[in-house]
Design a protein around this ligand. Sequence first.
Ligand code: ATP
Ligand code: MG
Length: 486
Amino acid sequence: MDSFKHYLDKTGEIGVVDTVTECTATVSGLPGVMPSELVFFENGQSGEVLSLHQNSVEVLLFSQEPLLIGTKAARTGEELTIPVGGELLGCVIDALGRPISCLKPPKTPKTRRTLTSDSLGIETRASVRKPLETGVALVDMLVPLGRGQRELIIGDRKTGKTSFLLQTLYNQAKNGTICIYGAIGRKQAEIKTVQNYFIKLGVMDKMIIIAAGAEDPAGLIYLTPYSACAIAEYFRDQGIDTVIVLDDMTTHAKFYREICLLAKRFPGRDSYPVDIFYAHARMLEKGGNFKLDVPGGVSSESSITILPVIQTAGGDLSGYIQTNMMSMTDGHIYFDSDLFASGKRPAVNPFLSVTRVGRQAQSSLKREINREILAFLTNYEKLQSFVHFGAELTEDVRLSLAKGERIYSFFEQNEAESVPSNLAVYVLSLIWLDYFQIENTDQLRQEYQKIFERYTKEPVYRKKIDSLVDESQKFSELLDKIKNTK
Ligand code: ATP
Ligand code: MG
């Protein structure tokens, strides 16, 4: 009510609600209103202008309280803004920045940012050159990511996408990166699980969860990824690296479609609004590695890594939103439902996954190992099909098959495990050298567990492995060094 009176006095334009749908209202009598302007209603509700018609405007509503026809509306002359700042860390908030549940008593940050700001230009951008470790060995070794990359996480439902992202965020938060998880139209139970996961692992103080449940107003679900980007931009300007997860953008596209159809916007392909590519591409443009002058006057690099999720149906990668997203990201990690069904965890298909800028952030050693292992596994897959024909195998082929099986078994990883990439390089080198004298892959896991435990518990051992890997320029050099130390 107060806001309504305040803005009415300020702008002097009063409109009236003509029609109301589930998430939009048509308001007439606001001649000077601008696109994306914030509008207040007499009953205290607010909304954002979506589209302008000749004598009326379509307003997106941010709550599900009933709005009556004839309710008065006031312009604000301002764009929608949300509070951004370190005070939000440890909180689950809604898309307007209002706290839902926090670790400490919530405080509202003083700084506010608009959700429609343009992304920074080319002069502020630096190339992606720092690696982003996910803690998932398969991804770090075969589809490596870099800070500032926009990597699509794509796959059918229930193939382990969220689990992988949670592992990644945990691994990042543990090392001081600020992580923002945007839950877009997820179930409340799922959001709670995500929150509990981070609280249990003790990294919630580095996290902000923007939660829009499936039953929340469509307006808030639609705004969630924009809010996530605005908050990340605040931290970027402070010189802090951030990672954003948008889980998932398929739902975002569906809600955007629903809202636009209700607002009588012209529908395009598959009834999606004609500007959906533009809207999503503009959002993802906010990701990148930036070189900025941060407070204190020093120039520093800070990055926004964006990991949007897209759901496919029946493994079909050719859908409209799916292909759009692929073309506006720097690669994708494909979660394969067939691999998931066959028991592979994580069910990432390395042959159908792409990383466009991640490899350049890797050390030359890791790049070489990446190439070697990928080539070896491609060959292994071919050999496997021969085995199905029952062909007689030579000793060489048998050894290659055993090695392939061991590599895959090493890549099997539980949700709760996080594998440092140096350790992964070390263990893969041992497998490469046929170092493990074992009968089956279960024994390999036990051997590997022993190394893992030593690595985490014995600083001297960890230092030895780290310097072994960090100081080697080439794979052959590393293998020689390992042979000499054994
Ligand atoms: P949705 O489409 O519903 O978002 P999703 O693709 O995000 O699903 P998850 O919810 O992450 O999939 O995972 C599905 C199931 O697979 C969960 O029960 C999870 O515990 C299990 N799972 C995923 N990854 C692993 C893993 N690495 N190890 C063991 N279990 C896993
Ligand atoms: Mg999920």
